[in-house]
Every structure is written in C-alpha cells, then in structure tokens.
Design a binder for this molecule. Structure first.
Ligand code: IMP
Length: 430
C-alpha cells in the first residue's frame, strides 16, 4: 500500500500529467485535491495528446479518478470535459467520483475574476480567468455553494437567492458595470440540468479514499499548479488561491498525514512561469526564446506563452523542504540538448547587496548568482537507456540533486510515457 503525492516544485507546468500517467499503471486511484480548471495536464496517450483541466489525468488508464473536497468545480466545464473524454472512447461513468463537499465555481466568480483583473490594469495577477480566486474567497468567507447542496433543491434555492442578492449589489455598486444582474432562477434551472448528468458521480470521497487506504490500495494524489503558486508559500500576491503544497493533499482529500508514504517532486530542468510576478532567472534573450520554442512553452489552459529561464536551485531546494520531497522526476531535459553552456542559480544577491542561498520572502529585485556547467550539445530526446545519457547530462543531474537536497528518481526525455528512465523502480513506492 502506498499514498504518493505528486507535486510541482516550481511555478506549475512541470509535467505532472505525464508522471501521473506513468505511475497510474501501478495505482488503484488518482485523486485531485486542490485547484480547478485553471490547471491543464497534458498527457500523450498513444499518438494522441490529451489535456485534462479538471478530471484527474489518471482517467486515461483504468483507475478510479477522484475530485476531492479541496477542488473548486465549474460544472459546465466538467461536463464538457467528460463528454470530450467519452467521445474519445474513454469510459468516465463509474470511474470518476466527485466530492459532495467540493465547492462550486459560480457564474459571479468568473465575472468578478475578469472585472478585478481589468480594474488592476498593469498590476494584474494574470489569472486564468476561470473564477478560481473568487471561488476560494467565498469558500473561506462561508458564502460558497458545495456540490452536495445541489442534492437538496430547496436548500440550494434559498442559499442561491441570498448569495445572488449580495453578488448583484457588488456588480452594480462596487464594479459599477452595465452587465446584466445574475438571476437565481436561471442559475437554479441551469444547475438542475447539470445535476441530472452528474448525480451518479457525487459521493463522500474522503470516506472513499480512507476505505481505499484501509484496503491497502495504491493511491496517487495529483497536485495542480506548483509550489510557488501556493497561497501561503508562493510569490504572494502573484499566486493561485489554494495550497498547492503536498500538505494541501491532506485537507483537500480528507486523509491524515500519517497515511502519506511519499512525495514525488516534479522538476523541470529549467524554469517557466505563466502570468505576472517575480521570476529571478527569467531570460529575455535568444536562450529564453530557444527554451520557449524547443520546449513548446505555451500554457495548456490559456495558450499564453510561458516565461522561460535557467534552473533555479534556491527555488527547488525550498520546494523540497516545503513539500518534504523524497524523490524527483526531472522533466524536459531534452529541451536543453542544443545548449553549449547551462546555468544554474545557486544564490541571490539581495537589493541591499547581501548574498543568500535561502529563498527570501520577496523575489522582487534579487539578482541570481549563477554557476555554469557544460551542456551536452547532442540529441537525447527519446533516449530510454541510462547508459546512453551523455556524461554532461549526468553531471548536471548530479549537481541539481546535490544543490536541492533530493535524489533523482525519474528522468524524462520526451512527452511520451515510454520516454522516461526510472532510475530505481523501488523508489517509486507503488
Ligand atoms: P488563477 O489560479 O487563475 O487565479 O491564477 C493565478 C496565477 O496562477 C496566475 O499567474 C496563473 O497564470 C497561475 N496559474 C494558475 N494555474 C496554473 C497552472 O496550471 N499552471 C501554471 N500557472 C498557473
């Protein structure tokens, strides 16, 4: 039995989807515990590329897939995704389970996300516009609506009327827009339709997860976004609105910390970020362009180009600590194939001139101090034999591992699941 959390060690888009897919073969269930359809998990399945936003990427294999209580759900988008999967011949019913405690993303959440970003102008967060922040605000503010509320129409209707009234006040008097007010009646009918499709999927998923633990099953917890988008430990306020860290899996799935057996950190061999916020090793030159084009660094959810930069060891060392990472999967190494020289940030010079090897509270205006390493400058894309990896790549991996304080468990050399080298199968725990 194993309960393994898969977590992004940078700003998201590290390639969690591929690794979840790889490990799903040995798992009985895959559970998502936070975020919503702001996530985009890209998985190659045969020759087809799938991007899932809400449904755990484990759905592509024959595993139980669970959306835990910590997830925020846009029902219309979820139904669209389920239908797309079904059209591709993937069976979803009886394999996807949705927590009755998960919060709903309501129409006002999406509207307010957009209006707030417009109001902020230059200072915008660069959100995905999916209503994620406002949905989590309402959850914490106790003004949210949960999936299970739909099962009690009278209660749902009364709650909707109370909340809609407040949201319309905000729309008119705070945002001062000419947009039509929200209608409780229309939303009630729309959600009643959604319920018809989704009712069989709704259950107490925390009970289900704990029963799987009692049956000694293998469970994967699939994190969305990445460590530095965590609302507590990320580059606040340029973060998402949930706890993306491994610790978030316990509250977001309803499982005790003593049940977790391992944490696999997913690390891109360089760094990327989507949206606004500080990024010390960001490149604005041809090296950055090369990373972006070879790595196809465009957001899976919004299609926005990802900002690219060198590997930042301070960032990943902090992620190893915050998540208790016990092994790393290093992704997209082949994207570095064409570089003569590689750089790794090993310290920052702070605005006051001091040097630090630990991540400061603010990453604004720090200057990275780099160590240079020889690139391998040869094709490694698709290599699956460890012995065939160039010595410069092995040296790069060894140095990464030493700097961040965690062993490398998986090396990824391409998007397909076969393009992976598992260093020690026992280290994969499942
Ligand atoms: P939100 O999650 O839509 O509120 O966006 C907040 C910040 O998190 C923005 O900078 C987004 O670009 C970023 N973000 C949200 N989801 C992802 C993701 O799955 N990958 C990378 N960045 C993300």
């Amino acid at each position: 039995m194993a309960c393994v959390i898969i977590v992004g060690a940078q700003w998201g888009d590290e390639g969690k989807g591929k690794i979840v897919d790889l490990l799903t073969e040995r798992a009985d269930a895959v559970v998502r515990y936070q975020g919503g359809n702001n996530a985009g998990h890209t998985v190659m399945f045969g020759n087809k590329t799938f991007v899932t936003h809400l449904v755990p990427s484990g759905i592509l294999r024959k595993t139980t897939s669970i959306l835990g209580n910590g997830v925020v759900i846009d029902l219309a988008e979820l139904i669209k995704e389920i239908e797309e999967l079904e059209q591709m011949g993937i069976e979803v019913e009886n394999r996807l389970h949705i927590s009755d405690r998960a919060q709903l993303v309501m129409p006002w959440h999406k509207t307010f996300d957009r209006l707030r970003e417009e109001q902020k102008g230059e200072k915008k967060i660069g959100t995905t516009g999916r209503g994620i922040g406002p949905a989590y605000e309402d959850k914490i503010g106790r003004s949210g609506i949960r999936v299970g509320d739909l099962l009690e129409p009278e209660y749902f209707k009364t709650r909707l009327e109370e909340i809609v009234d407040e949201k319309n006040q905000l729309l008119e008097h705070y945002f001062k827009t000419n947009e039509p007010p929200f209608s409780a009646n229309e939303i009630f009918s729309e959600f009643a339709e959604h319920l018809k499709k989704l009712k069989p999927f709704i259950c107490d998923t925390a009970l289900q997860v704990n029963q799987l633990v009692e049956q000694e099953k293998n469970i994967l917890f699939e994190g969305a976004q990445g460590t530095f988008l965590d609302v507590d430990h990320g580059t606040y306020p340029f973060v998402t609105s949930s706890n993306t860290l491994a610790g978030g899996a316990c509250a977001g799935a309803g499982i005790g910390p003593t049940r977790i057996t391992d944490v696999l950190g997913i690390v891109k061999a360089y760094t990327t970020r989507v949206g606004s916020g500080p990024f010390p090793t960001e490149l604005f030159d041809k090296d950055g362009e090369l990373l972006q084009s070879v790595g196809n660094e465009f957001g899976a959810t919004t299609g926005r180009p990802r900002r690219c930069g060198w590997f930042d060891a301070l960032l990943v060392r902090q992620a190893v600590r915050l998540n208790g990472v016990s092994g790393m999967a290093v992704m997209k190494l082949d994207v570095l194939d064409k570089f003569e020289t590689l750089k790794i940030a090993i310290a920052y010079r702070l605005p006051n001139g001091e040097l630090t090897e630990n991540l400061p509270r603010s990453l604004e205006n720090v200057t990275p101090v780099y160590e240079e390493m020889a690139g391998w400058n040869c094709k490694t894309a698709g290599v699956t034999d460890y012995e065939q990896l160039p010595p410069q790549m092995l040296a790069y991996l060894e140095r990464m591992s030493e700097l961040v304080g965690a062993p490398v468990s998986i090396i990824s050399t391409g998007p397909k699941r076969e393009e992976s080298i598992v260093l020690n199968p026992d280290q994969l725990w499942l």
